[in-house]
Design a protein around this ligand. Sequence first.
Ligand code: GLU
Length: 422
Amino acid sequence: MATTQMLEKESNPWEQQAARFNLAAEKLNLEQGLWRVLQQPNREIIVHIPVNMDNGQLEVFTGYRVQHSIARGPAKGGVRYAPDVTLDEVRALASWMTWKCAVVNIPFGGAKGGIICDPKNMSRGELERMTRRYTSELIEFIGPEKDVAAPDVNTNEQTMAWMMDTYSMHMRQTVTAVVTGKPLNMGGSRGRREATGRGVMIICDESIKKNNMTRESTRVIIQGFGNVGSNAALLMHQAGYKVVGIGEWDGGLYNSKGIDITALWEYRQKEGSVHGFKGAERAATEDLLITDCEILVPAATESVITSANADDVKAKILVEGANGPTTAAADDILADKHVFVMPDILANAGGVTASYFEWVQDRQGYFWKESVVNEQLEHIMVSSFEDVVRYAETHKVNNRIAAYMLAIDRVAYTIRQRGIYA
Ligand code: GLU
């Protein structure tokens, strides 16, 4: 039985990332030097951000931006606001962005940012001032060709609008391509908001095809009803999947006959929460992770499937909508149970892929129809799925290690060709 202390260590995202990286690097026979290079982030920035709060107090928040790699292009990755953000977490997330962009073969490196704060208890004005000061503290390190931010946990299109505006004011010109996930009227892309959820659905579609299943006979449980979970749930419901469970941070919903997700969306729009929705029973989110279903989609935070509950997971297919929802110790348990795992660096790559489209559109000043975005997204997600599964079969490794190997191989190839400047 795992103790709390053991679980805490098991749940450190940086160690989770390192465990998979080391395993994949070893299987690839990666040379020691490149191993050392890719093991560490390229640059880690810590900023202390003074913010005038509404009550007249001056508060100081700690923020991070970690750029793991710029080998294949500008650093790319979201910014999250949460009370439990740590440097190790942001480091891990930055490395995952490098691997994710390489798995889907888009010309970006990897980065991530975070601010330790409690956004649920901050006013709009406080969030705006914090976002602007954070952006200005990073001014010389970000830019369309340097490092391009995007939304992540507890940040959204409005946050990106403030970041874009702050950067643009410093540059004395509007620079839309400095962030992605912006509102449509200021250089955002059609389809970006739904893209991570759409990518999750595409990966579910490919996974059920591979396992000879149909949408209609597939029960799905989704943990998280934020941008990723709610869009995946809606698209999958509309496509004919039976979404039987939705887990939120403060409790979930279950209906064995399937939840009407369109009605749930309307309900949440009106009430601000999924609680009290009549079309399902209340269920504890921890229980939903181990409830009978064909596909489980953890789409909230890190380390929710650990050595403590992996053995109880009933799903046949695990599609990681969140970054790092499964610990390395849980990987082995899931492998023994023959769960078909679609790792985060493939399964949730739809978001950054549409971000790439947004960046391209901003730089060209020419904007695509939504059908073009969705078509290009589908093409990239399907071919990346095929690449990862083929790699796993050829090299006799699980899908996660295959995705890491494919990614590390691509990044290492570029670094070898560019050479090390010294
Ligand atoms: N935050 C998202 C992720 O973890 C999107 C990143 C991006 O679009 O740059 O993939």
